[in-house]
Every structure is written in structure tokens, then in C-alpha cells.
Design a protein around this ligand. Structure first.
Ligand SMILES: *Cc1c(COP(=O)(O)O)cnc(C)c1O
Length: 373
């Protein structure tokens, strides 16, 4: 202690600490964020416009009263995983849960990616696949999709042959295009990947088919297909942060290896478990959103914008006559917020609108019509 006297005062004021630089591979990384402007109509992050069913809210309130908050939660999230497994007709050892599907993706990349390994993806696609890969130090190999946003299987084959990825990502229905890859396409890619094929089905409830069906039909031949789902969109539970993986037990164990102990809090475990009692309400909401989506699509078809068919709860469009940034700003002036994707790879000049409540969609369509006039 004597040595420090005269160097550091008792209050530490003699110290001149320097913070270390962040990892050099992170320094160039832009944070991922959707502009959160204060508007009346928020159609930018593909959430459900409807609150969860009142019955669920009441059941959750009651359940919270019986939680022993002085104790750590069930580390294995047994009740939640058992219920999810039953809902998909799989074993509980095929389910891994995390704080949103983004954390599922991060777990997969921590377990199977990292320096010296590669993740492959096909753009345009969910920008967080690339972002989380980079955070986990996983190099990314990317190939383009075709103009209609379908997979170009020659490009896919080339990227996979060159990069030899341990993880290949598909997103179906794809964000931001809205297009679902067919089961045949997914099977063809599954036949080519040298590692894991992760199918992000955040909008799976809107799609005509699921990679889960492929896993069910041929469990042995598809054990390298891992399907990611979330409660954030169709389940109206973005605020709860809950997502999960349906995969081979070996993949589930790999994700458990990298998960922090007790990473799923007790409230979330109850919330997710109880939500599954309201699957019928969830399906009704999906149907209602599809009706609105088709209505918006029909109006867009008559405006000077290019649009694409969607299998999800959002629509991508590209203004023909006006710069996308200017249209985005006009919409904000009308208190309507959509997603500006105009700088994302493969969707230059495009905007993405989430299907909202009918009156919100009316506001959007009126503001867009006005902007393009
Ligand atoms: C919204 C979205 C998610 C959801 O992430 P959470 O962490 O579950 O909220 C995942 N994947 C895609 C493609 C999405 O669009």
C-alpha cells in the first residue's frame, strides 16, 4: 500500500484510466435499429397491431401471483418446452427457448459459428442474420436472390461450395420481401448445405408450408434442418421477448451449452406456456391480417409503386416516381412510420409496411397516395 501513496489519492483522483478499444471487428459495425419516431401509426417493425387476448392477460396476472420470485426459475423451462413440443408433435429434447428468436440465432452462431467458420445467407434477407454473425465473430458468405426474391439455386450451390459454411440461413417467409421459399426449394438447399440449415420462420403462421413438415416427414434426412420461431409477431407478444428452436436434440444441447444459466425468467416461461392455450385466437388474427394485407396490396397495385406478393404480415414496395427517402419522410409527416429499406442489399429504393389495424392501414394508404400524387 505504501507504494501507492502520493500516486493515488484516497478518492482515486490520481488515476487516469483508459478504456480499452472495442474488438476491432466490432468497431465498424453499425448498431441495428429501426428509427423510432414518435408517430400515431407505427407500421415499421412487423409487430401484431392487436394486443394479446384478454383471457391470456388475466391468466398471466393470476399466474404471476404464484411465482416464487426469491427463487431462480426452472432452468430447463420444462413446462414451456413440453407445451411447445406437444404443439409441434416433437419431443421436448427438440426444443430450445430463448429471449426472442434473435437470441436463438445468436445461440446457434455461438455454438456453431465463430472465427474460422462461415455462415452463408442469401440477400435480401433478415439483416440481423448478418449482424449477429458478425457479433459472434463469424465470417459471412452471401449470395444474391433473383429479382423476384426467389432463390437462385446455382448461386446457392456456388456460395456453399466456395464457403463450406457450418451454418446456412434461410428466412421463410423472407423479411423484407415477404416471399416464402417452397418446401421443394428448402429441400434442395438442405441437400446442398455442408452443415446446419437454419430456417427462420418468424412469420411461419402466414406461410403455406413449414420446414417443420419436412422434419416430420423425414426426421433422419432432415436432422440438420433447424427451425426458428418467435412469439413476437403472430402471438402479439413482442414485449415478452420469447422465441424458440425446433431441432435435432444434438443441436438443442449445443445451444444449451452457450446459454447463460437461468436465462429465461419465470414470468416469460408462464407467459409463453399460457399463450399456447390461445392458438385459436392467434389463428383468427392471422386470418384478419391476411384480409387487410390483400386489401392494401390491391390499393398499391393501382399506385405508381412496384410491389411483390407477400406471405407474411407486411408488404414491400418501391415507389416508381419518387425517391423512397422522400416518400418515407412524407409518411412521417402524416404521422405514419414505415421501414426504410432503401439502403439494404437487394431492395434498393424500397419501403416495407407492416399490416396494421384497418384504420391504421387507411391512414397509411391515404398518406402514400398523397405523397405520390
Ligand atoms: C421479427 C423477426 C424476428 C423476431 O425476433 P425476436 O427476437 O423473436 O423478436 C426474427 N426473425 C425475423 C426474420 C424477423 O422478421
Amino acid at each position: 500500500m505504501a507504494d501507492l501513496e502520493g500516486v493515488v489519492a484516497a478518492d482515486g483522483s490520481g488515476l487516469s484510466p483508459k478504456l480499452p478499444a472495442v474488438r476491432p471487428d466490432l468497431a465498424a459495425l453499425d448498431g441495428y435499429h429501426s428509427a423510432q419516431v414518435d408517430v400515431e401509426v407505427r407500421l415499421n417493425t412487423n409487430e401484431s397491431p392487436m394486443p394479446p387476448p384478454p383471457g391470456w392477460q388475466e391468466a398471466l396476472s393470476a399466474a404471476i401471483g404464484s411465482i416464487e420470485f426469491n427463487r431462480y426459475p426452472d432452468r430447463e423451462a420444462t413446462a414451456l418446452r413440453t407445451a411447445l413440443a406437444a404443439s409441434h408433435g416433437v419431443g421436448v429434447d427438440q426444443i430450445f427457448c430463448a429471449n426472442g428468436s434473435n437470441e436463438v440465432l445468436q445461440s446457434l452462431l455461438l455454438a456453431y459459428g465463430g472465427p474460422g467458420r462461415t455462415a452463408a445467407l442469401f440477400e435480401p434477407t433478415y439483416t440481423l442474420h448478418r449482424h449477429i454473425a458478425r457479433i459472434t465473430g463469424t465470417p459471412v458468405a452471401a449470395g444474391p436472390r433473383q429479382d423476384d426474391f426467389s432463390l437462385d439455386l446455382e448461386v446457392v450451390g456456388g456460395v456453399l461450395a466456395d464457403a463450406g459454411p457450418t451454418i446456412t440461413f434461410l428466412c421463410s417467409p423472407n423479411n423484407p420481401s415477404g416471399r416464402a421459399d417452397s418446401s421443394d426449394e428448402i429441400l434442395l438447399v438442405a441437400g446442398m448445405v455442408p452443415g446446419l440449415l437454419v430456417v427462420d420462420e418468424a412469420y411461419g403462421q402466414f406461410a403455406p408450408s413449414s420446414a417443420l413438415d419436412l422434419r416430420r416427414k423425414d426426421p433422419a434426412g432432415t436432422r440438420h434442418i433447424a427451425v426458428v420461431r418467435t412469439f413476437s409477431k403472430t402471438w402479439s407478444m413482442a414485449g415478452a421477448r420469447l422465441g424458440y428452436l425446433v431441432a435435432d436434440p444434438e443441436v438443442v444441447r449445443a445451444c444449451e451449452l452457450v446459454a447463460l444459466p437461468y436465462h429465461l425468467d419465470a414470468v416469460k416461461q408462464r407467459a409463453g406456456r399460457l399463450a399456447l392455450d390461445y392458438a385459436a385466437e392467434m389463428n383468427e388474427r392471422v386470418a384478419a391480417i391476411v384480409v387487410e394485407r390483400e386489401r392494401i396490396g390491391a390499393v398499391l397495385a393501382d399506385l405508381p409503386v412496384e410491389t411483390w406478393p407477400s406471405d407474411a404480415n407486411f408488404l414491400l414496395f418501391r415507389p416508381n416516381s419518387k425517391d423512397a427517402g422522400a416518400v418515407w419522410a412524407d409518411l412521417v409527416s402524416g404521422s405514419v412510420l414505415v421501414r426504410d429499406c432503401s439502403k439494404w442489399p437487394g431492395v434498393t429504393g424500397c419501403l416495407r409496411v407492416t399490416v396494421g389495424l384497418p384504420e391504421e392501414n387507411d391512414r397509411f394508404l391515404a398518406a402514400l397516395t398523397e405523397s405520390l400524387r
